[in-house]
Ligand binder design. Structure first.
Ligand SMILES: NC(=O)c1ccc[n+]([C@@H]2O[C@H](COP(=O)([O-])OP(=O)(O)OC[C@H]3O[C@@H](n4cnc5c(N)ncnc54)[C@H](OP(=O)(O)O)[C@@H]3O)[C@@H](O)[C@H]2O)c1
Length: 250
């Protein structure tokens, strides 16, 4: 198992879904976990359930000063950030381009793209000064192919895929391990929103087609160990059976 004992992981979007599962999996493995999201009640409840190794910090990732403050709080509490998980993301408003709301479309870019950049910008100098760290970013199949009524989401995930590659290009030799994770479809609130849109083939999937959020959470932990080293600057697909086996999911 990957050794994250005593390491500190900051997870954005930890109020539910994949982020919540990641917080629980990393805490179980011995890491200090910093749960970041806008829903203060949810992250506080989850942090309380995890115990003293967990810290809840209310933060909107689309605001750089809030992200900086969250990282500062993590450093003050645990002495640093060794692993950043860029997980926060939204898919609403799902709509066709021709009728899309420009403000809603742009807000998705603010969260899904700028939010990831802000996280990287806030931790990278400290990680480099400390000799390195892992920056893991949740990607999607939508980064690589168009999906009807998801132009904002596909564009955002394609952008963060490139951000991941840029971090690797500039900072691998400074000890930064930048890796993307495309989880496949996961049984979370986001899939409920997709289903209720009824727009494209993803919305027609059966709930049983989705993997549980614990799977990407366990894969993220695995990515922090030697298994992740083959994937620096690249993206892991959790649809890949050999990855599922390596992580111990099947
Ligand atoms: N579910 C899937 O099938 C699937 C597939 C591929 C990729 N992904 C990606 O996986 C990641 C997690 O999604 P999920 O499925 O776990 O969805 P989810 O259950 O809807 O969770 C999304 C998380 O993002 C947080 N978030 C949204 N906007 C935020 C903001 N402005 N600032 C801080 N946190 C924010 C939410 O917290 P608050 O609302 O409390 O802020 C929540 O904790 C996303 O990047 C998503 O694109 C999901």
């Amino acid at each position: 198992m990957t050794d994250v004992q005593g390491k500190t992981v900051l997870i954005t979007g930890a109020s539910r879904g994949i982020g919540e599962s990641a917080a629980r999996v990393f805490a179980e493995a011995g890491a200090n976990v910093v749960l970041v999201a806008r829903s203060a009640n949810d992250i506080t409840r989850i942090a309380d359930e995890i115990g003293e190794k967990a810290l809840a910090v209310t933060c909107d990732v689309s605001n750089f000063s809030e992200v900086e403050a969250a990282v500062a709080k993590a450093v003050e509490t645990f002495g640093g950030v060794d692993i950043l998980i860029n997980n926060a993301g939204v898919i609403e408003p799902i709509s066709h381009l021709s009728t899309s709301d420009p403000e809603g479309w742009a807000k998705v870019i603010d969260i899904n793209v700028k939010g990831v950049y802000y996280g990287i910008r806030a931790v990278q100098p400290m990680m480099e000064a400390n000799g390195g760290g892992s920056i893991l970013t949740i990607s999607s199949g939508a980064a690589h192919g168009p999906v009807e009524a998801w132009s904002h989401y596909c564009t955002s995930k394609a952008a963060v895929n490139m951000l991941n590659r840029c971090v690797d290009k500039e900072a691998r030799d400074k000890g930064i391990r930048a890796i993307g994770l495309s989880p496949g479809t996961v049984a979370t609130e986001m899939q409920r929103e997709i289903k209720s849109s009824g727009v494209n083939p993803v919305s027609k999937l059966d709930w049983s087609d989705h993997i549980p959020p614990e799977w990407p959470a366990k894969c993220l932990l695995w990515m922090c160990g030697p298994g992740g080293d083959d994937w620096l600057g690249d993206e892991i697909s959790l649809r890949d059976e050999s990855i599922r086996k390596a992580v111990g999911l099947i």
